[in-house]
Design a protein around this ligand. Structure first.
Ligand code: UDP
Length: 360
């Protein structure tokens, strides 16, 4: 039987996850994948570069929806995806993670009785103020095949009673681990930014999460902390366009280097060459660990609790003093012998095999 999967992606971390799964789909017979790009992330540095570098199949549809409030964005996506489902008549609709594109895809499909596959299911921050937390809870609940990246995610679903629901949950490991393993072999070490930061110790930092960028006190504290740390070591920040705009608007003083977002291969090179990662990103917390770097996370909680419980990652919130204290504690330390917390690098293959098994 030919299985048709309609995949909905729209944001940077989803392109990175999709690269592993789309490759695994292409390596088997019997599955046709049709991709919808919602347009949530749209500029070249947040979108096109990943399609080029990571060989993600070209989306058949691009809804070009971005820059709106949560409600309008999700609503318009819902409408667009519904039309495409009716035309394409897929067997499954596949979504990743926790963005508005994820929720719109899951809702549109489930209302049309199309089974939803959720990759990166079961994650919880237990902070309902995060739009991502709302998106992931609702998406999980309407999905039929839920692929969890960790044991913790499986337990979260159990605790919410998912064992009693008509759906399947699996711990397959994290597709981002697959992607890191695959593409860290392909880094171009001669690229301009990697050349420039080759022979100097530096901290790699990213900052984009709404809870930090939309809260002025938090944003100012974090930048104060980074300015302070930058007195002793260079900090390099490939900055998300949203954060860049806010910082510019508020005219906040910055004493470290901000650059445009970089492609994934440069990112993997920068992580490897860095001494320490500081971030509020979900994906980067794990990539730091995969590439044996400690991570200071500028959030009050994380979905990747196993990193914190094992002492690879430290939650520093938006607290300037804690930032400095933890920076001083871990900057010279080397992370070695990390436990295998995220599977064996074959998550995408396992997902594809399970989809085939359940479709037959
Ligand atoms: N990333 C990238 N270039 C950058 C910043 C991040 O390729 O300039 C990658 C990063 O390595 C990770 C993903 O983007 O794989 C994380 O995306 P983001 O932080 O936007 O989202 P989150 O993971 O927090 O959902």
């Amino acid at each position: 039987m030919m299985i048709k999967i309609l995949t909905v992606i729209g944001a940077r971390p989803q392109f990175i996850k999709a690269s592993a799964v789309s490759r695994a789909i292409q390596n088997v017979e019997g599955i046709e994948e049709v991709i919808i790009h919602t347009g949530q992330h749209f500029d070249d540095k947040m979108s096109q570069i990943f399609f080029d570098e990571l060989s993600i199949p070209v989306p058949k549809y691009n809804l070009d929806i971005h820059g709106l409030k949560h409600g309008s964005m999700t609503g318009r996506m819902l409408e667009g995806i519904e039309e495409i489902i009716l035309q394409e008549k897929p067997n499954y609709l596949l979504v990743y993670g926790d963005t508005n594109s994820t929720l719109a895809g899951a809702l549109a499909a489930s209302k049309l009785h199309i089974k939803v596959i959720h990759i990166e299911a079961g994650l919880r921050s237990f902070n309902m103020n995060m739009p991502e937390e709302i998106n992931r809870i609702l998406t999980d609940r309407v999905s039929s095949l839920l692929f969890c990246p960790t044991e913790t995610a499986m337990k979260n679903l159990q605790n919410e009673g998912y064992d009693h629901l008509d759906l399947k949950t699996f711990n397959v490991g994290d597709v981002m681990y697959d992607t890191t393993l695959y593409f860290s072999q392909l880094v171009n070490w001669g690229s301009p930014i990697l050349e420039r930061y080759k022979n100097q110790p530096f901290v790699l930092c990213t900052l984009h999460r709404a809870e930090n960028t939309d809260n002025l006190d938090r944003l100012r504290n974090i930048i104060k902390g980074l300015n302070e740390i930058s007195k002793s070591v260079n900090i390099l920040v490939p900055l998300h366009p949203r954060t860049r705009n806010i910082i510019k608007e508020l005219n906040i003083e910055i004493n470290f280097e901000i650059i445009e977002p970089v492609g994934y291969l440069d990112m993997l090179g920068l992580i490897q060459n860095s001494r320490l990662v500081m971030t509020d990103s979900g994906g980067l917390q794990k990539e730091a660990f995969f590439l044996e770097k400690y991570c200071l996370t500028m959030r009050d909680e994380t979905e990747w609790v196993e990193l914190v419980n094992n002492g690879y990652n430290f939650l520093i919130g938006a607290n300037e003093e804690l930032m400095l204290k933890m920076f001083n504690e871990v900057f010279d330390k080397k992370l070695t012998d990390g436990k295998p917390l995220y599977g064996d690098g074959q998550a995408a293959e396992k997902i594809v095999t399970l989809i085939q098994e359940y479709a037959s």
